[in-house]
Design a protein around this ligand. Structure first.
Ligand SMILES: [Zn+2]
Length: 238
């Protein structure tokens, strides 16, 4: 080790004395060699391993709705679990680094499957501009960034846009809400996705309506685009 490295290491150690980095899921202090998540949380992550299973629950979620090539989620969304805390930190506590980190891990697992190797671009579910301004980043884009590093596939944040702000939708009925979320996305004409295979990325999959809206918007302008889906968490309730 060179002197400057030693000093930098010492500086880092001193700094961590004052603000020890904590596990993004359970909050315990990380030890050297651990990044973002502690070894225990990594071990007990409730992974779905859906990327290895065709006809899995995520793929089934879209059957009869939109044509999807392959789909998967990294882990199961369990209420009050450490991984719910992790998603909360990613979305509301400014922890964009957790998105990149988890995306990288997820991407590294996906590329072990031939079906998840050959995408032309990764498109994160867009946030509305107002929300983006307030939050400072799009959590889905952070996940996509991490996946992009691991999978060596470009992230495209230009083609798909969110057109309407959906803040007031709590007052609407379930069906109206569904229709609402489906019609808020639009694809621009500048990018021709025909003949390409696109991976749509989001943080959590619940009803699938958001992803369906994104996929529909892409299909409307590019009838020959192939679409696949990857989300960090799977909270399918239907
Ligand atoms: Zn932990």
């Amino acid at each position: 080790m060179h002197w400057p490295d030693t000093i930098r290491q010492l500086g880092g150690d001193l700094l961590s004395l004052f603000s020890p980095p904590a596990c993004g899921a359970c909050g315990t202090a990380l030890v050297r060699g651990e990044q973002k998540l502690c070894a225990n949380c990594l071990m007990k992550m409730p992974k779905t391993n859906f990327h290895k299973i065709r006809g899995n629950l995520v793929e089934k979620c879209f059957w009869g709705r939109i044509p999807i090539e392959v789909a998967t989620s990294y882990f199961y969304f369990l209420k009050s679990s450490d991984f719910q805390h992790l998603l909360h930190a990613l979305k509301y506590k400014g922890r964009s680094d957790i998105g990149i980190y988890m995306g990288k891990r997820f991407g590294n697992e996906l590329i072990t499957q031939p079906e998840f190797k050959h995408f032309d671009r990764i498109i994160p579910v867009p946030l509305h501009a107002d929300k983006l301004k307030k939050r400072g980043y799009n959590q889905s884009e952070m996940i996509a960034k991490g996946m992009s590093k691991a999978m060596n596939i470009q992230v495209d944040t230009k083609t798909l846009v969110r057109t309407t702000f959906t803040e007031t939708q709590t007052k609407k009925s379930r069906i109206e809400r569904w229709e609402n979320v489906k019609s808020v996305f639009a694809a621009n004409y500048e990018t021709n996705l025909n003949g390409q295979h696109v991976l749509i990325v989001d943080d959590v999959l619940t009803t699938g309506a958001t992803i369906e809206g994104c996929a529909q918007a892409l299909l409307d302008k590019n009838p020959n685009v192939k679409i696949s889906v990857a989300t960090l968490a799977f909270a399918h309730t239907m």
